[in-house]
Design a protein around this ligand. Sequence first.
Ligand code: CA
Length: 223
Amino acid sequence: MKGKNSPIKITVIITLVIIALIVAIVVLTNNGTGKDTTTGNQPSIEGQPVMGEEDAPVTIVEFGDFKCPACKAWGEQYFPQIKQDYIDTGKAKFAYINVLFHGEESKLGSLAAESVWAQNPEAYWDFHKQLFAQQPAEDHDTKWLTMDTITKIADNMEEIDGEQLKEDIENNTHLDAVNKDTELVTEHKVELTPSIMVNDKMIEDPFDYAAIQAAIEQELEGN
Ligand code: CA
């Protein structure tokens, strides 16, 4: 006759408790892992300016604003390293999506950039870089992103038809592309610029190069 507290019964109970604990830990861990950084939803880069090889296994997306000082800093100080390490080596491609957090000037810069992209994709990245270069290092709140600034850049670039560009901006020809970017900003809950995504992972601190590197390497290993 087995008593209430037979060793077998106690062993079974202990085993069940341990299994329940393990299950709880696994569930909690899975819920926690990467939850901060993974949206599980990679931004569509269809129609976006893309730098690098089309079949590169990793896609890096910058949500940026031409009026944003941190975006200028990121582009000038961090992007060249990413380009050298990953884009030029065919491991990653890079797309830029406009964010309009600074009002009319952001919108004008975005419209201009989208118009250049539509007119001549070959000219896009140079224009992009030159527009950021025009952002004053100090007093960036001053109104600088104007039609004059855009015209000045375009006039110095043979690859751009300045008249066409002006017309496209004035007629809002590529406003749909700007609006599409705004939808992506909402979809991916972008609240700060720049925001950097590596495939479906949002990088918490875009100024942490090691973190970007680790995310890219992780995605490369997964491929
Ligand atoms: Ca766009």
